[in-house]
Every structure is written in structure tokens, then in C-alpha cells.
Write a protein that binds this ligand. Structure first.
Ligand code: PGA
Length: 253
């Protein structure tokens, strides 16, 4: 059985007040038995979110791969683990596009994350140009292969991958369930080649890109989609709860 995960990536949004509102609603919703809900507030609010989280997990949006030292402005995996986080988003397309992160840097961050007993959510996804040019499977294959290249098969069994087509992020344009399923299957096959079939069939692969309460259930019902990485819709309490409910419905079937 794979974990069904609904991850809320707040990006550079939120406030102390919003942490309180979202955590209270999630604590009271009672999804913890079935669906793993995880919130990713900006790092300045992580401690506060962890203090309040009862039925949900908390994760960080990024980290640097060194453990400590002269890296002004950065956070290490050991610090993120120290405050009680369990997950870290890595290689998000905004980190790649705005902050110039490449696949090898992301791979080093994945190693540091696992070494500190945190679960990395490794994000991959093609641009519209890649998709229109028919290059999307090559782009995704490179991101997956290099992103996992510094790991043993055993380490890979603790990784979560998120497929996030760049053209669907924050655009209101979602990949169709079939488009998403095609890429999820491709990712699972790639992982099988790298780490074996058992690791790949147990890995949670999330979809991200304009997931909302209306499209979540159909997306999460696809055979290789194990939940979502949600941006904009994770900033609205009712909408995020509805996405978690949609995931719980899928599990019940
Ligand atoms: P979105 O963002 O749901 O707003 O499209 C998803 C993400 O960037 O993780």
C-alpha cells in the first residue's frame, strides 16, 4: 500500500494567523488515519506550525545540503529535523527557474535530507516548450535520474516524487488525468529501472499543478497518482480540506 499524501506548499505566503487557522481546521478534520496531510509553511513559521500540528505533518520548502557553516540565509537538514519537520520539498520548478538550481544541486539536497531522516519530495516537470516540442519524457527522465543518482536503492525507497508540469503551476491549467497518469507511469518505470520494481511500486508519486477541490478526486483516482502537491488551493482552508476529503474518498473505494 502506498501512502496517499496531500501536501500544501504555501510558497512565500501566510502569516502567524493563517498558521493558526489552517492547523486548527486540519487538526479537527480527522484525516490522519487515512490521508497524510502535510503543510509546508515558510521556514519562519515552521516551529509555530509544529507546535500546533496534531493530526498533520509539517515540512520545509527547501534546504541547503551542508550541515552547518558560513552559508548566510540557508537552513540545513539537521536544523529542519531538529524542529520536528518530517518532509522537505526539493527541486521545485520555482527553485530551478528563479534561483538557478540544477539537477545535481537538487541531488545533493536529496542526500542531506535522507541522511537526516527526513522525507524528500523531489519535484520534476517539463515546461510548455518541452511539452510542445515533444521532449517532455526526456526532460523528466533526466530530472529523475540525476535527482536520484547519489542514492542507494534502499535510500530511494524513502523518496517521494512529485510530477509538476511547469505549465500547470499557478496557471489554473491542470494536466488532464490521462496526461498526468502517462507521466506518473513513466516515472514509476524509471524508478523501477534504477532501484527495482519493489521500490518503484511502493513509491508515492504526487501530482502538482493547479490541483483544486473540483479536480482532485479524478486526478487522485488514476492508478499511479498517489495524492497531490497543492500550491494556491492550499492557502484556502476550506479548499484544502476539500482536497484532503477527496483523497480520503479515493482511499475508501
Ligand atoms: P499550484 O502550485 O497548485 O498553485 O499550481 C503547485 C506547486 O507549485 O507546488
Amino acid at each position: 500500500m502506498r501512502d496517499l499524501i496531500v501536501a500544501g506548499n504555501w510558497k512565500m505566503n501566510g502569516s502567524q494567523q493563517f498558521v493558526g487557522e489552517m492547523l486548527l481546521a486540519l487538526n479537527n478534520a480527522g484525516f490522519s488515519e487515512s490521508v497524510k496531510a502535510v503543510v509546508f509553511p515558510p521556514s519562519v513559521y515552521l516551529h509555530e506550525a509544529i507546535q500546533q500540528a496534531k493530526a498533520v505533518k509539517v515540512g520545509a520548502q527547501n534546504l541547503f545540503y551542508e550541515n552547518s557553516g558560513a552559508y548566510t540565509g540557508e537552513l540545513s537538514a539537521s536544523m529542519i529535523s531538529d524542529v520536528g519537520c518530517e518532509y522537505v520539498i526539493l527541486g521545485h520548478s520555482e527553485r530551478r527557474a528563479v534561483f538557478g538550481e540544477d539537477d545535481l544541486l537538487v541531488a545533493k539536497k536529496v542526500v542531506a535530507t535522507l541522511e537526516n531522516h527526513l522525507t524528500p519530495i523531489l519535484c520534476v516537470g517539463e515546461t510548455l516548450e518541452d511539452r510542445d516540442g515533444g521532449k517532455y519524457s526526456d526532460v523528466i527522465a533526466t530530472q529523475v535520474k540525476v535527482g536520484l543518482s547519489l542514492l542507494s536503492a534502499e535510500q530511494i525507497s524513502n523518496v517521494v516524487i512529485a510530477y509538476e508540469p511547469v505549465w500547470a503551476i499557478g496557471t489554473g491549467k491542470t494536466a488532464s488525468p490521462l496526461q498526468a497518469q502517462e507521466v506518473h507511469e513513466l516515472i514509476r518505470n524509471l524508478v523501477a529501472e534504477i532501484a527495482g520494481k519493489e521500490v518503484s511500486s511502493n513509491m508515492s508519486v504526487l501530482y502538482g499543478g493547479s490541483v483544486n477541490a473540483a479536480n482532485a478526486q479524478e486526478l487522485f483516482s488514476q492508478p499511479d497518482i498517489d495524492g497531490g502537491l497543492v500550491g494556491g488551493a492550499s492557502l484556502k482552508v476550506d479548499e484544502f480540506l476539500a482536497i484532503c476529503s477527496a483523497a480520503a474518498e479515493v482511499l475508501k473505494r
